[in-house]
Design a protein around this ligand. Structure first.
Ligand SMILES: Cc1ncc(C[n+]2csc(CCOP(=O)(O)OP(=O)(O)O)c2C)c(N)n1
Ligand code: SF4
Ligand SMILES: [Mg+2]
Length: 286
């Protein structure tokens, strides 16, 4: 199986030359290929933004929804057909800002989905306003005096809400990021992969070079099952730790908890819709 089975032919890509999104696309294709996931077995769900265009550039099933709303859609797709691999993928603004409420409650539900976030610490598509992860002092045409708010830390929040898999990677490091994305997809339960991604057009502070100088990999002695240590590690600010920061296998998934699957394992999409739902759908057609 090679990467090209996910390639789209003859498409115009809207990303700027040099954008970190290109390598995240490459990383995702590699991870899926190495896991031998067929395009037909996959659904990519995104919201709005530069990162959210990623499903347009991969030959697979996709749902491109509203800004901040990819996670509930991904949860529902997985619940309707638990045999699918479901990935919700979007930017830092989409997932942690406009979608912040869904971020928290999806973690609580623990659906067996992977949540990949292209974290460029800026609103790229709308030309450079601060996002929830922008750093203090970051100047933009809106935050003219620099950002004053403490940046949102998705990792500490995810661990505090008992996410079952929490990782951070760097878009400039293909090999290690492919490995972590693969582990996130294999993981049973909600898996967050926050990928630090340079935006070469609107974030002139957190550049490729800046990230290289401000990241380090957790070493082999690090135990991601230790929640207290994971919380401390996730909160580090001087240098940003990369790797699987926290993992727990103790939680049941959203699908496992669904009453609808208690005595009947037939995927919901294969079952007869309820009469009331049929009538509702018919009423839209009439
Ligand atoms: C509800 C809503 N609010 C605001 C917008 C405008 N908007 C579209 S994309 C975007 C920011 C995208 O930033 P991010 O999610 O970080 O993605 P990036 O472009 O940086 O990859 C905003 C504010 C919108 N489309 N819908
Ligand atoms: S604006 Fe930034 S994030 Fe968007 S495509 Fe250009 S470099 Fe990438
Ligand atoms: Mg962004």
């Amino acid at each position: 199986m090679d990467n090209r089975r996910f390639d789209m032919k003859g498409i115009d890509m809207a990303w700027c030359p040099g954008c970190g999104n290109f390598n995240i696309l490459n990383i995702l294709k590699k991870a899926l290929t190495e896991l031998k996931i067929e395009p037909v077995e996959l659904v990519l769900v995104s919201g709005i933004g530069q990162a959210a265009k990623i499903p347009h550039y991969l030959k697979t099933n996709l749902f491109n929804g509203l800004h901040g709303r990819s996670l509930p859609v991904a949860t529902a797709i997985k619940a309707a057909n638990p045999n699918l691999t479901v990935i919700a993928e979007s930017g830092d603004g989409c997932m942690y800002g406009e979608g912040g409420n869904h971020f928290i409650h999806t973690i609580r539900r623990n659906p067996d989905i992977t949540n990949i976030v292209h974290n460029n610490m800026v609103y790229g598509l709308t030309k450079g306003q601060a996002s929830p992860t922008s750093q203090i002092g970051f100047h933009t045409p809106v935050q003219v005096n620099g950002v004053v708010l403490e940046p949102f830390n998705p990792l500490t929040v995810a661990i505090a809400f008992e996410a079952s898999f929490v990782a951070r990677c760097f878009a400039g490091d293909t090999e290690k990021t492919v490995d972590i994305v693969k582990q996130a997809i294999i993981h049973k339960g909600y898996a967050l992969v926050d990928i630090l991604q340079p935006c070469v057009s609107f974030n002139k502070v957190n550049t490729f070079q800046w990230f290289k100088e401000h990241i380090y990999y957790l070493d082999a002695s690090y135990d991601p099952r230790d929640k207290i240590r994971a919380f401390d590690t996730a909160g580090e600010k001087e240098k940003l730790p990369l790797g699987i920061i926290y993992q727990s296998q103790d939680k049941k998934t959203f699908e496992e908890n669904l009453v609808a699957y208690k005595d009947n394992k037939t995927p919901l999409y294969k079952r007869e819709p309820l009469r009331s739902l049929k009538e509702l759908m018919q009423s839209y057609r009439d």
